[in-house]
Ligand binder design. Sequence first.
Ligand SMILES: [Zn+2]
Length: 434
Amino acid sequence: MTSQNQQTTVIRNGTLIDGSGGSAVENEAVVIQGNRITSVGRIPPGLNLEDKESVRVIDATGRWIMPGLIDGHCHLSFGQPAMPGVSIGRGTASAEFTTLKAARNAQTILRSGVTSVSIPGGTWFIDVALREAINAGMLEGPRIYCAGRFIVTYGSISDNEPSWVGTPEHLNGVLANNVSDMVTEVRRQTKHGVDFIKMADSTWGDTQTISKEELSAVVDEAHRRNARISIHSRGSDSTRAAAEAGMDWIMHADLATEADLDAVAEAGVRIMPTVTFLKHAVENGRDFGRSEQEVDQIKHNLEGAVSVLETARKLGVKVMCGTDTGNSPVMPYGLLHANEAEIMVKYGGYSPMEAIVACTRDNAFSVGLENDLGVIEAGKLADIIVLDKDPVADVSVLQAGRHLSWVIKDGKIVDLDPKGDGEETVLSLRPAAD
Ligand SMILES: [Zn+2]
């Protein structure tokens, strides 16, 4: 028997949106061998489509073919959304329970058409373990590129306990209040296999909690250890300092001024605004227990983030797409991973094609695969989705897996209906009780 991985898969016909930003075109065949795309365009001579033993044909007539979506900012192991009936000790029940839940989350994400996720922070080293399990074929899930716990100082996001409690292991942040502790933490995390380091400044960007000298020291150590580095920075000064310190990309940047973004452009640093969470929290936060005051704060950051989107486009700063799915009860899995594209179009002045490129080719950087992923062309990794509606005409077609016909990850077709009950990727805003 031929295993699925050795088989040739051919996606016949359909309209190809290759992820490079070029126009959508009618296509004859995308050929996949193993986990790579081997040709795009005409059916290669010598390929026998009738050889049912070794060639599987997907007929995409009347459908749209594009690279698998990448969510550049998604958390799997925060223990969120909270589950009814499951007691929670300080955010997560236990490493064991949270690991199982994270594995389940990964499957939900993949079935919504997201074939890769960048995970800027989690609890313990759960995301590293999940990445290894998925890569080893033990369970299904998206490609994972992950950080460990955020490196934070007193007053940064996730430092919510009194100083005599500190940051126990089950928190997504770890305190390091001087360069020496920060560097030690980078060494500890890279030893345990993280792909990148996540630092985190203040929650909403009102104060700068990490100095530029500290940022530079951590950037140097991360890079010396072949890890990338990113930062949660919503503030103006913190964003400028992060760019000047040589962060690989900056998450949020909500309150950055045009002058700050000039510094970001000058440094050639990418940003990932992650407006989806802000918008979703403003619209639904009250239902999930956020106070009026907090919703007002988020509204302020949302306004900043939208103007950052526009200014970044004007200045030519590369924008990547993330959603912050899994960061809190308001952000369920499988539903919102493509919403950033619609936000870019509706509020940021981007074309649908530019937004699609931000979620595919440009987001490949956020998973460390910028030369290998996010574009459908010969030689690239075979992560592909097929849709029954045109995402260039309406980019919201990409959301919540509603229009998926097929998901292919690493050359393998994902079963979108694993229970066989005809209920394909039915996702709702409220987390399921199971
Ligand atoms: Zn986050």
